[in-house]
Design a protein around this ligand. Sequence first.
Ligand SMILES: Nc1ncnc2c1ncn2[C@@H]1O[C@H](COP(=O)(O)OP(=O)(O)OP(=O)(O)O)[C@@H](O)[C@H]1O
Ligand SMILES: [Mg+2]
Length: 255
Amino acid sequence: MPLLELRHVYKAYGDPEDPLHALRDISFAIERGELVCMVGPSGGGKSTLLRLVAGLLHPTSGEILLDGKPVREPSPRVGIVFQNVNLMPWRTVRDNIALPLELAGEPRGRRYAIAQQLMELVALTGFEHSYPHQLSGGMQQRAAIARTLAQNPEILLLDEPFGALDAITRERLNQELLRIRRIRNQTIFMVTHAINEAVFLADRVLVLSQRPGSIKCEIPITLPHPRTDETLVDPNYLALMRRVRMAIDSPYQER
Ligand SMILES: Nc1ncnc2c1ncn2[C@@H]1O[C@H](COP(=O)(O)OP(=O)(O)OP(=O)(O)O)[C@@H](O)[C@H]1O
Ligand SMILES: [Mg+2]
């Protein structure tokens, strides 16, 4: 049984008399341990889709199953990192990361021990007592990811996590994300605008259409692991990027 399964999911916003159709007939599944990226045009419904999977929104019709059971409300089993970093400015980095543990009623010693491990994982050791405004954009993103990992989610949803960062920082954080994935065997579903990022990271790329978003096609990324700087000059990497780009531009439904 796949970890996550969407069956004929539709989502409309607003007045049922005059709805805004955000998503149309979305069906796909993600297996345990997979890293799947979704690309598509702005306004196509990508963030909407992640919010549905996180249980923050409900589909207008269709089903979302986690481990075979319907997702009805937010749960620690599904961790989401939003498009805009939302660290709490009045809390230190460590206290931000430990927040889910605090909400879960973990005692302070254990909270800080776990937060410390996660800070090491995302390379933020030494910034325990800093406040979010004292960190760079990339460091804030890593803190937000660490905070979500603190809830030990079975699936990690990332909404354009590195969108606002420069290309070099982004490449480094992509490498770090792959390392985190390897160490924790973490299942990841990530939304991105960047075709190169999607192809570099993913086992599979889903291409979403313009609004109302539907899945245009699914492209398996057959590049070897681990992905390294070598990957970036692999002719297959370039060919796959071209395929994804063509699928985004194509006016036809391939699936
Ligand atoms: N809470 C809401 N109420 C009404 N309409 C909404 C709401 N959230 C999103 N929408 C609409 O749904 C559509 C899809 O929005 P969504 O944010 O999911 O797109 P997106 O693919 O994430 O875009 P981007 O790449 O720019 O982040 C848009 O037309 C948007 O205006
Ligand atoms: Mg979005």
